[in-house]
Design a protein around this ligand. Structure first.
Ligand SMILES: Nc1ncnc2c1ncn2[C@@H]1O[C@H](COP(=O)(O)OP(=O)(O)OP(=O)(O)O)[C@@H](O)[C@H]1O
Ligand SMILES: [Mg+2]
Length: 353
């Protein structure tokens, strides 16, 4: 049985329904990310799990126990927010000890537990510091320690990294994942950053306007997007307009170029329009490159990014963006060059909405 279950959750503010029939089962120890654009309802679902909002309909259970009628402080949930929400007038030790004091632990127990938590976030040497004397990254680690100190059964993280600079974000997300795995704590992490979600999650829920569009592992979400929204929100995606030539043979045209699809289009008719998705890493320009499918186009831009070269190609009026690894022995194509982009027919996904 799942550990944290959201069954048919709905939420309306007045007449505005912001969460629709949200269903999700999370296993014990799992790290799940809610990924979606601003305003899609991520925080609202998190706040319902924490008990700060009541669902308009549906039930939330943790370890088999219905949470709907429990107050936030009865749910045993740890939460970290986007903004540093440390108590400014307390030092690091007292911030982390806060929940333990409320729980009525003995002084010696609190001392041991706080130092254990500070060791976990590698800030044992800063126990006396006040929030204003620390960097944003350090403050968020303290916020994490404070949330974890009372041994919550579920950890909720609402964009905890979004106020930090890029380098710290990457190292802290890896640290959060490591701590989460060490403790085996069931975690829901909210983000609108797809790379963040892909890199640290067991599973991702891609949210779109209050609904879960797709739930799956990062690999599934990226490689087999269920909807056009998921395909375009997660990663960069080329969308090519095509027209059916021969449904039985699986041939379509893109502009004046004909290609054969791997996926069946037998139920479509000659002249039907469809959209095809191609990831930027699927193509190659190299001589003798593998791939049973080719499109010819003119290079409109070429950006050398170091390990990767990002090239844009105009194919019959559609710009296709693709990435290739740097090869010191091969010069990148120049703007205006006519080149052949090769890829496997398998890499073309038909977008079905
Ligand atoms: N207390 C409230 N009263 C009325 N409307 C609200 C309330 N809280 C949230 N909303 C609305 O619900 C919708 C979802 O908000 P939510 O904060 O869950 O989005 P989000 O996905 O977390 O966005 P972001 O990435 O910007 O944090 C928004 O349209 C928001 O305006
Ligand atoms: Mg939010």
């Amino acid at each position: 049985m799942s550990f944290l279950a959201l069954s048919n959750i709905q939420k309306s503010f007045g007449s505005n329904r912001v969460v629709h029939n949200f269903d999700m089962e999370i296993e014990k120890g799992e790290f799940v990310s809610f990924l979606g654009p601003s305003g899609c309802g991520k925080t609202t679902v998190l706040r319902m799990i924490a008990g700060f909002e009541n669902p308009s309909a549906g039930t939330i259970t943790i370890a088999g126990r219905n949470q709907n009628d429990l107050k936030p402080n009865q749910r045993n949930i740890g939460m970290v927010f986007q903004a540093y929400a440390l108590f400014p007038n307390m030092n690091v030790f007292d911030n982390v000890a806060f929940g333990l004091k409320i729980a009525g632990l003995a002084k010696a127990e609190i001392q041991t537990r706080v130092m254990e938590m500070l060791k976990l976030i590698k800030l044992g040497h800063l126990a006396e510091r006040y929030p204003y004397q620390m960097s944003g990254g350090q403050q968020q680690r303290v916020a994490l320690a404070r949330a974890l100190a009372p041994k919550p059964q579920v950890l909720l993280l609402d964009e905890p990294l979004s106020a930090l600079d890029a380098k710290i974000r990457v190292s802290l997300r890896e640290e959060i994942r490591l701590i989460q795995q060490t403790l085996g704590i069931t975690t829901v992490f909210v983000t609108h950053d797809q790379e963040e979600a892909l890199s640290i999650s067991d599973r991702i829920v891609v949210m779109n306007a209050g609904r879960a569009d797709q739930i799956g592992t990062p690999f599934e979400i990226y490689n087999r997007p269920a909807t056009r929204f998921v395909a375009s929100f997660v990663g960069t995606l080329n969308v090519l307009a095509a027209t059916v030539v021969d449904p039985a043979a699986g041939t379509v045209t893109i502009g004046d170029q004909t290609i054969t699809l791997r996926e069946s289009i037998a139920t479509m008719a000659k002249g039907d329009h469809l959209h095809l998705a191609l990831r930027p890493e699927a193509g190659s320009l190299a001589e003798g490159a593998r791939g049973d499918t080719a499109l010819v186009g003119a290079v409109t831009s070429s950006h050398f990014l170091g390990s990767v070269i990002r090239t844009r190609l105009d194919v019959a009026g559609t710009v296709i963006s693709f990435d290739t690894f740097n090869d010191p022995n091969t010069k990148p194509p120049a703007v205006g060059d006519h080149v052949t982009l090769r890829f496997a027919a398998n890499d073309l996904l038909i977008i079905r909405d």
